[in-house]
Design a protein around this ligand. Structure first.
Ligand code: NAD
Length: 338
C-alpha cells in the first residue's frame, strides 16, 4: 500500500473543515474532494473514484453504506472524530475496509465547554445577556447556587472526564466518579470512585463523559433519574443516546431534574450542524426540551476550538498517510474481542 496521495472523499463538509484541512494539506499531497452531503447509503456513491472516505460524528456508516463504499473501491474510513459508534466496525472488518479515528484532539475543548454549560445554566447567563440588552436589569428568576461544597458526579474519567475533574476541582467541590477502569492519578487528587447508585444518590451535578456503547445506551433512564437527588443538574457533552430524552422530559416536568445541559442529543443527526432557522422543526421531543426554562442546549460544539480543529485535521491526515505507507495505523479501530 504505497500510494502517497490517495484521493479522499470528505463528507459533511463545512467551511471550517475545508479551511483546516487545506491548511494541514500543505504538508501532504492528498487530493480531498469536499462534499456537503452527510454520508449514508444514499450519498455513498459520491465516493466513487476515491480510496478514502473521511466521515464525521453524524455520518451513518452502517452495513449498507459500507457495502456501497466497498464497490466504489474504498479502502479506508478516516473518522475525523474520537467516537466511532456511527460505524459498523464488524462489517467494515468483514469487507476489509480499515477504520481510523482521532482518539484525542483536545480534551480541554470539551471539558471547558462542559464547565461553561454548567456555569451558564446555573447562573442563567444566557438569559441575563438578553435581559440586559433589552434594558431589563431585574434579577428575579436569575438566582443560581454556589458550586462551592457541592457534590459533582463524573461518569467516565478518560481523557475528557479527567480534565473536567481537574477543572471543576478548583471550585472547592467534592467529586464522586464512576468508571469501569478507575484512574489512579485522579484517586491521588482526592476523587472518590463509587458505584452508580451512590453517585446518583449524592450528586448535585452529574456530568457524562463515557462513550456510547450497548452498555451505556439510555443509561440515564427513568430508574437512574428516580435514584438521583431532587433538583439534580444533568450535563451531557458525550453522546446523545446516553440519555433517554423522554425520561428526562418526565424528570423535568416533575421537578426531579432541576437543570439539564446538553451539547448532544439522541436524534441530533436530523438537526445539528445545519441552519434550520427558516424551517419547521419536526422533532417534537427536541422542541419540548427547548420549552423548559431550565434546559440549555448547544449543537455539538464542545469540540469546536481552533486548537481542536487543527489537531483533528492533522491527525486525520497523519492517519491516512501512515495507513497508505504501512498498511496500518496506530489509531485503527479494531472490533471488540478481536
Ligand atoms: P476516553 O476513551 O478517553 O474515556 C472514556 C472513559 O469512559 C474511559 O475511561 C472508559 O473506561 C470509560 N467507560 C467506558 N465504558 C464505561 C461505562 N459503561 N461506564 C462508565 N465509564 C465507562 O474518551 P474521551 O476522549 O474522554 O471522550 C469521552 C466521550 O466524549 C467520547 O466517547 C465522545 O462520545 C465524547 N466526545 C464529545 C465531543 C463533543 O464535541 N461533544 C467531542 C469529543 C468526544
Amino acid at each position: 500500500m504505497q500510494n502517497q496521495s490517495p484521493k479522499i472523499a470528505v463528507f459533511s463538509t463545512k467551511n471550517w473543515v475545508i479551511q483546516a484541512f487545506d491548511e494541514v494539506n500543505k504538508n501532504h499531497s492528498f487530493e480531498p474532494s469536499y462534499f456537503e452531503a452527510r454520508l449514508d447509503k444514499k450519498t455513498a456513491p459520491l465516493a466513487a473514484g476515491h480510496e478514502v472516505v473521511c466521515a464525521f460524528v453524524n455520518d451513518k456508516v452502517d452495513a449498507k453504506t459500507l457495502e456501497i463504499l466497498k464497490t466504489q473501491g474504498i479502502k479506508l474510513i478516516a473518522l475525523r472524530c474520537a467516537g466511532f459508534n456511527n460505524v459498523d466496525i464488524e462489517k467494515a472488518q468483514e469487507l476489509d475496509i480499515a477504520v481510523v479515528r482521532v482518539p484525542a484532539y483536545s480534551p480541554y475543548a470539551v471539558a471547558e465547554h462542559t464547565l461553561g454549560l454548567i456555569l451558564a445554566l446555573n447562573r442563567k447567563l444566557h438569559k441575563a445577556y438578553h435581559r440586559v440588552r433589552d434594558g431589563n436589569f431585574a434579577l428575579d428568576g436569575l438566582m443560581g447556587f454556589d458550586l462551592h461544597q457541592k457534590t459533582i458526579g463524573i461518569i467516565g474519567t478518560g481523557k475528557i472526564g479527567q480534565v473536567f475533574c481537574q477543572l471543576i476541582k478548583g471550585f472547592g467541590v467534592r467529586i464522586l466518579a464512576y468508571d469501569k477502569y478507575p484512574n489512579e492519578e485522579l484517586k491521588n487528587l482526592g476523587i472518590e470512585y463509587v458505584e452508580l447508585p451512590k453517585l446518583y444518590q449524592q450528586c448535585d451535578i452529574i456530568s457524562l463523559h463515557c462513550p456510547l456503547t450497548y452498555e451505556t445506551y439510555h443509561m440515564i433512564n427513568e430508574y437512574a433519574i428516580a435514584a438521583m437527588k431532587p433538583g439534580v443538574m444533568i450535563v451531557n457533552t458525550s453522546r446523545g443516546p446516553l440519555i433517554d430524552s423522554n425520561a428526562v422530559i418526565e424528570g423535568l416536568k416533575k421537578g426531579k431534574v432541576g437543570n439539564l445541559a446538553l451539547d448532544v442529543y439522541e436524534e441530533e443527526e436530523a438537526l445539528f450542524f445545519e441552519d434550520l432557522s427558516e424551517k419547521v422543526i419536526q422533532d417534537d421531543t427536541f422542541v419540548r426540551l427547548q420549552t423548559f426554562p431550565n434546559v440549555l442546549i448547544t449543537a455539538h460544539q464542545a469540540f469546536f476550538t481552533k486548537e481542536a480543529v487543527h489537531n483533528i485535521a492533522e491527525t486525520t491526515f497523519a492517519n491516512i498517510a501512515e495507513f497508505f505507507k504501512t498498511g496500518k495505523s496506530a489509531n485503527q479501530v479494531i472490533p471488540v474481542g478481536k
